[in-house]
Design a protein around this ligand. Structure first.
Ligand code: NAD
Length: 335
């Protein structure tokens, strides 16, 4: 496995790979920030490569973990050499670039995975099962809230999230691309949106609040609130409430809940922590850890999950949300 980018998420993936049941070697790392590359190489016992090509040459698979505006160019170079690729989310800063990236990967026919890691979350897997259970009835409405301290104030040891040329946009694209994907993965297909955004921090091109109303294929409606605030005392937190015809389901926190439900018939329950992990096991993709799953897919030459085609769909919805917000809430179809 080679690494392009040696920052926060590259370290997280390399750390994840250290426990992989399929043995792997980290072949090389390249980052123009030399000290970061050096630190990464020392931590994961690998070497610093002089450029992108040297990483591609030395690797069967490459993690693209740079800021977003570099993803398309680098993924295209990786797959042109027929190497497997793991691309971080978001795929790109625009829908056009995300589409071109996805087409290049598809044409190359290589194993590919994307950093929509919450598809491996036990909490979301359990929530999805409770919502899709026929006993729940149809989804009537959803409230999905995602709040995070704005990541431009130093907590992330990087500044690119405040630069629209590198990040593309703000809280919706950079952070809540996960949420769009999670709504479609656990609840239903989004067929239309109407959105409003604000920019309290006045960073050009970086919205810090997005509120998107959405219509679901089954007829339900919901809202997604994505906010970057200044309350550093709060961890990044998701809270979801789903009202189905015969069941209410709630989720707090990204991985280990609690997830609770209440049925119209009087039944109710909830899971948290290790109990939740056990209860969700049958609904999770095989190999619980996203990096272990990628390593296994690369070794076997089998499709990885979630792949870049799944991520492209989230970009289609994100693009519709930005177009709606630009038109001050006008409805935009994205079915
Ligand atoms: N899946 C997730 O939950 C998750 C979490 C955090 C970040 N991310 C995504 O991961 C990506 C990186 O975020 P981060 O927090 O690690 O940023 P970071 O600033 O910590 O690291 C990015 C690194 O990329 C390097 N870089 C820039 N251009 C490069 C190039 N051409 N070749 C090699 N290296 C290059 C930079 O020097 C920097 O060190 C972003 O797209 C971000 O949205 C995903």
């Amino acid at each position: 496995m080679g690494f392009l980018g040696a920052g926060l998420i590259a370290n997280a993936h390399a750390n994840g790979l250290t426990g992989s049941p399929v043995p792997i070697t980290i072949s090389a790392v390249y980052d123009p920030h030399h000290q970061r590359a050096q630190n990464f190489a020392e931590r994961f016992a690998t070497r610093v490569a002089p450029d992108v090509e040297a990483v591609v040459e030395a690797s069967d698979a490459v993690y693209v973990c740079t800021w977003t505006s570099e993803h398309r160019r680098l993924v295209e170079r990786v797959v042109a050499a027929s190497r497997a690729v793991f691309c971080e989310k978001p795929l790109a800063t625009t829908l056009a670039d995300a589409t071109a990236l996805a087409e290049a990967v598809h044409r190359a026919g290589v194993v590919n995975q994307v950093g929509l890691v919450l598809r491996h979350s036990p909490a979301f897997a359990l929530m999805g099962r409770l919502v899709r259970d026929p006993a729940a009835g149809r989804v009537v409405s959803v409230v999905f809230r995602d709040d995070q301290y704005i990541p431009t104030q130093g907590m992330y040891e990087s500044t690119w999230r405040g630069d629209a040329a590198k990040a593309g946009a703000g809280t919706l694209l950079e952070h809540s691309i996960h949420d769009i994907d999670l709504i479609e993965y656990t609840i239903g297909r989004i067929v239309s949106v109407n959105a409003r955004s604000t920019n309290y921090h006045e960073i050009p091109g970086i919205e810090d609040v997005m509120v998107a109303g959405f219509g679901l294929a089954g007829g339900g409606i919901g809202s997604l609130l994505s906010i970057w605030h200044d309350n550093l005392a709060r961890p990044s937190q998701r809270r979801v409430e789903v009202f189905c015809e015969h069941r209410y389901v709630s989720l707090e926190n990204d991985w280990h809940g609690p997830v609770r439900w209440q049925d119209a018939t009087g039944g109710e329950g909830g899971y948290e922590g290790a109990d939740l992990v056990a209860a969700a096991a049958s609904s999770l993709p095989p190999l619980g850890h996203p990096d272990h799953a990628f390593a296994a897919a690369v070794a076997a030459g089998t499709p990885a999950y979630p792949d870049i085609a799944i991520a492209l769909r989230a970009h289609v919805v994100a693009d519709a949300i930005y177009r709606s917000a630009a038109a001050r809430g006008q409805a935009v179809d994205c079915g």
